[in-house]
Write a protein that binds this ligand. Structure first.
Ligand code: ADP
Ligand code: MG
Length: 304
């Protein structure tokens, strides 16, 4: 008998992920059962209201913070059980990270080229090799002429482009960016995004961007929305071939392993659904109705 080969596991796989921040008298549940899959080489965006857990998720993916419970794998690493020394390796080799605050990405007293050399020095890359690679990266981000400039001598967009070069210095397979264009004007934001897009295409680096930028969410393959510490909806762009040129956009609700699904607040308000609802299967769909709805025939069916 011939079995179809199992599909390869996703590059990033989070299942029922929890993050609880505890202080003396307070617990904040920042992630509550989050599911997420990202394929290798994908370029996707995460959106969601402030406080929905986007930065928490990105910090965990970056190995900067550890989750409280659930499952999370990136490549062949298990981020939940990883030991501290492996986390250090993971942070240095496996991920590049870009913060929104341009000032946070670069060391202020070093020039652009030296900034790009730092992660390689920490990894023990020989000086000469590091210098060559830093020069090549600076060229890739279009800033060869600014090699000696310190961060304060660069514009916001230039700083973010250097930050991308720093993030990619050790050739990590994953690039994470938390609102990387949040402090930039739209033309500059566009340049920074176009650079990430090109690097994704040319090197196959997987890119996850947290963003509010409409221009970015229009241009990535997939947008996942977060709400209250979970992924709620997913927008997938499918390219149409033949006559119907252009991209078709489809929006899906995320259904997790336990069958949970988030219903937008507006829908609940519109139907006055509160705490409990009637859920039934109707042919090819599932209906969710207010508890108060009377459906005698159907209740009859269940009683039998
Ligand atoms: P977002 O990036 O979507 O705005 P965050 O991940 O920053 O959301 O925050 C999610 C929730 O976790 C918020 O309620 C926030 O106040 C809380 N939170 C984030 N970081 C911490 C922390 N270090 N300690 C306590 N609570 C935190
Ligand atoms: Mg945030």
């Amino acid at each position: 008998m011939v079995h179809a080969p199992a599909p390869p596991p996703p590059y990033i796989h989070c299942e029922d992920l929890f993050k609880i921040y505890k202080s003396d008298d307070l617990e904040v549940v920042a992630l509550r059962g989050l599911d997420l899959r990202v394929e290798r080489g994908e370029m996707m965006a995460i959106v969601g209201a402030s406080g929905s857990g986007k930065s928490t998720l990105l910090n965990i993916l970056a190995g900067l913070d550890q989750p409280s419970a659930g499952r999370i794998r990136v490549g062949d690493r298990d981020l939940l059980t990883m030991r501290e020394e492996d986390l250090v390796d993971y942070r240095r080799r496996d991920v590049g990270f870009i913060w929104q605050q341009t000032g946070r990405n670069l060391i202020p007293y070093l020039g652009a080229l030296e900034n790009i050399e730092v992660p390689m020095a920490l990894e023990g890359v020989p000086r000469k090799v590091a210098r060559e690679r830093a020069l090549a990266l600076l060229d890739q981000v279009g800033l060869s002429s600014k090699r000696k400039n310190r961060p304060t001598e660069l514009s916001g967009g230039e700083q973010q482009r250097v930050a991308i070069a720093v993030a990619l210095a050790n050739q990590p397979p994953l690039l994470l960016a938390d609102e990387p264009t949040g402090e930039l004007d739209s033309a500059t934001a566009d340049e920074v995004f176009a650079l990430m897009e090109r690097l994704n295409r040319e090197t196959g680096v997987t890119v996850v961007i947290v963003t509010h930028d409409r221009e970015i969410t229009r241009r990535v393959d997939r947008v996942v929305a977060m709400r209250d510490g979970r992924t709620s909806t997913e927008i997938v762009r499918r390219v149409q071939f033949a006559r119907d040129e252009g991209a078709r956009v489809e929006e899906f609700a995320v259904v997790d392993r336990s069958g949970r699904l988030q219903i937008p607040r507006e829908y609940l308000d519109a139907l006055d659904i509160d705490r409990r609802a009637r859920v039934s299967i109707e042919g090819d769909r599932v209906e969710v109705r207010p508890e108060k709805t009377q459906t005698p025939e159907r209740d009859e069916k269940w009683r039998r």
